[in-house]
Design a protein around this ligand. Sequence first.
Ligand code: SAH
Length: 229
Amino acid sequence: MNGASYQPDPELVKAREQLLRSIAERGIAGPQVLAAIAEVPREAFVALELQRYAYDDNALPTAYGQTISQPTVVAMMTTALHLTGNEHVLEIGTGSGYQAAILSRLAKDCVSIELHAGLAEHARDVLRRIGVTNVRVVTGDGSLGVPEHAPYDRIIVTAAAPEVPDALLQQLRPVPGSMLVAPVGDQQSQVLTTVEWASDGWKTSRVGSVRFVPLRGEGGWTDTQWRTD
Ligand code: SAH
C-alpha cells in the first residue's frame, strides 16, 4: 500500500503513537507487526463517528452487528503467525478489512472471506482506497475455507469457532512453519488456539483467552447454539 494520499488528523497520530507504545511495552508484538500497525490507518476502517476512537485499544462495531478486532488482539494473532513476507494467507472473517490490511504488509498475499456481501464490498473499497493491492476479498462461508486458492501457508480465523474446522486444516500446507490461529469457544469462554505442522502431524497449542463474535456457517455456530442468556 502507499499512504501518500492519506492525511491523518494530528490527534489520531498521537493516539496511534500511544497505542503502539502500549503494545510494545507489553511485548506482545514483534517489530514488523508493530510497524504494520503504525502504517495502517485504522480510522479508515470504522464509521466516521467512531474515528476518534480508532486508536483506543478496543473492538469497535461495524455493520451487521459485527466488530473490528481490538488492536492488542490483532497484534497477538498476527505475531503468532510468524510471517516472513513470502506467505499466501487465508483470513476467515474480513469484517472491516483491518486485519487483512495488516496481513498485506507482512505476507506475500492474502485471501480474505466474509459471509456478509455488504461487509465484503465495503472492506474491498477501503482496502483499495488506502492502496492495498495484494488482498482478495471474497464472499461466502469461510468455515469451509476457500479451496480454489489453497493450499495456504497461514490461516487466521477472526470469529469464534466451536472447534478448528477440519476443512481449514485440509487447506493448510502440511510443511514446517505452516500455522493456523483461531479463537475456539463460545460466548462465555474462548481460547486463542494455534495449530502448527510438526513432523508427525498437526500440533495444537492454547495461547490465551479472547472474545470474538461467532463463526457462522457449516463449521460454525448456529443461532440456537450461540446463546446469549
Ligand atoms: N477481521 C475483522 C474482524 C472480524 S469480526 C477485522 O479486522 O475487522 C468477524 C467477522 O467474521 C464478521 O464480519 C462476520 O460476518 C464474519 N463471519 C462470521 N462467520 C463467517 C463465516 N462462516 N465465513 C466468513 N465470515 C464469517
